[in-house]
Design a protein around this ligand. Structure first.
Ligand SMILES: *[C@@H]1O[C@H](CO)[C@@H](O)[C@H](O)[C@H]1NC(C)=O
Length: 312
């Protein structure tokens, strides 16, 4: 390195989400409440599933893993977003920017893969009920979770290796409130057209493909449910509609952020907030409030708490 360029970028600038104090205060309150909801809601699912042995079935074990991922995904951006609201110069170091991008894509990739695993679990339970217990055994469950993490890491690394070595020499303004591949690539001092394609393909087309695959799978499962007229019909509809809601909520922003070729700042902001703030808080809400087993588990938990209070 004898040609040290003294204009090498060591930090980037993030964009503010609001100008007026009123709006900043509102967003501060909004994000803080949601982030608290994300932490409490997802921890609640984690603990309920871990400690209630009635919920030790593949569906709930996968759900608990999804909650863990939700916690991770929102933690990559939301705390920074909240603390940035009231600072004037939103400087992020090169290193932190890279770390943020990397973990957004690890957690996003894991979440995507877990949603596929959960669909597979429902497919087996509903379309192959006689084989469910043999197919979705604990080993299979562990395999699916490990595979989700491996996929997440590969997904992030394959984009990261291209970006980490890019020459950054001039423009610093990321143009968003967090660092992400499509934006950061545009700041490189070279023709980034090919790289943009790598990112669009890896993040965009994969999320689009996964989305359509999942929607078709759930339609297939729903059709199968309709053919069997069983008592579990309405229960299955309930569970499946919760899954489909989460899939739509998670993937719609992804597709807009990575595939849509004409990014607009306000729309991007909106979709990013949906993925980092709204979906992670809705997951626990959708799964617990609409789910009979979870409600029963809550009641059992409540009873235990009351009992232990009476004893002491
Ligand atoms: C995630 O899945 C693994 C593998 O099945 C399981 O052992 C673990 O308990 C799950 N994690 C949580 C937090 O439930």
């Amino acid at each position: 390195m004898d040609q040290v360029n003294d204009s090498v970028v060591t930090e980037f600038l993030l964009l503010g989400l609001a100008q007026s104090l009123k709006m900043k205060s509102f967003l501060f309150l909004f994000f803080s409440l949601f982030y608290m909801g994300i932490i409490l809601g997802n921890l609640f699912i984690l603990f309920t599933v871990i400690f209630d042995h009635h919920l030790h079935s593949p569906m709930y074990i996968l759900l608990a893993n999804l909650s863990l991922t939700d916690l991770g995904l929102s933690s990559t951006t939301v705390p920074r977003m909240i603390s940035d609201l009231f600072t004037d110069f939103k400087v992020i170091s090169f290193q932190n920017c890279m770390i943020q991008m990397f973990f957004i894509h690890v957690m996003g990739g894991v979440e995507m893969a877990l949603l596929v695993a959960m669909a597979y679990d429902r497919y087996t339970a509903i379309c192959k009920p006689l084989h469910y217990l043999t197919v979705m055994n604990p080993k299979m469950c562990l395999f699916l979770v490990v595979a989700a993490w491996v996929i997440g890491v590969i997904h992030a690394v394959t984009q990261f290796v291209f970006v980490i070595n890019l020459p950054f020499c001039g423009p610093k303004n990321v143009g968003s409130f967090y660092c992400d591949f499509p934006r950061v690539i545009k700041l490189a001092c070279m023709d980034s057209y090919r790289l943009e394609f790598v990112v669009t393909a890896n993040s965009g087309f994969i999320s689009m493909g996964t989305f359509f695959f999942l929607i078709v799978s759930y339609i297939f499962i729903l059709v199968t449910v309709r053919q069997h007229s069983s008592d579990d019909l309405s229960k299955a509809f309930f569970t499946l509609s919760a899954h489909i809601t989460v899939v739509v909520l998670f993937f719609t922003p992804c597709m807009f952020l990575y595939v849509w070729p004409f990014p607009t700042k306000s729309l991007d902001k909106f979709f990013a907030i949906v993925d980092f703030v709204v979906t992670p808080v809705l997951n626990p809400a959708i799964y617990t409030l609409r789910n009979k087993d979870m409600k029963m588990a809550m009641r059992r938990l409540n009873r235990q708490v009351v009992n232990s209070r009476e004893i002491t």
